[in-house]
Design a binder for this molecule. Sequence first.
Ligand code: 5RP
Length: 221
Amino acid sequence: MSATENIEREKQRAAEAAAELVQNGMTVGLGTGSTAAYLLPPLAARKLDIRCVATSPATSQAARELGIEVVSFVGLEAPAHLDMTIDGADEVDPAGWLVKGGGGAHTREKAVAAASDRFIVIVSANKMVEKLTPPIPLELAEFGLAGTLARLGPVRLRDVTHSPDGGVIADYTGSFDDPRALADWLSAVPGVVEHGLFPPEMVAEVLVGRGDGVERIPVTG
Ligand code: 5RP
């Protein structure tokens, strides 16, 4: 088996284990990306009585095609509280800090994770790192973009369409040692809609696919 095949198998194992955590009656947040995509078939196969909130149009469409009920997360009628959200990550450090947003969906992903009792992260073993590294995904307001870029410094704009909420997707490429300090600073820069650093307080558990098995790492934040 090639290294790429092994990574895909680990993503799938972690996603299958996470699907088993979902229970009847839950409202469940569905992440975005290739690992989160592996969650949908085993979740649909369980035929549970659940309703889901999707973090991207792609996830919404894929879930609906499998018969999973997806409800809107827009406006006052949207669920204010979710029981569980399951999503992938680009990097996970030993404290449980995450880098997310490789797919540019981090604004919606963070809003859904923040509304959830339990945020379950599913990753292949190569995503576990000793120290988070740039780039850190950003969503920026189009309005005043030149000024926002000047305030941020080292940023690369992605050559992709805007987010579903109209934001410009970019990456902060500066080096950093302290994820909390960078997260606080990015959150305070006018024009930054959201960044891809997720703190350990947001994370309940990381499920890591390792070979044929899955390691469950509780995060106490
Ligand atoms: C999308 C994300 C993804 O969860 C992250 O990029 C990991 O993606 P993949 O599972 O494809 O490796 O944050 O915005």
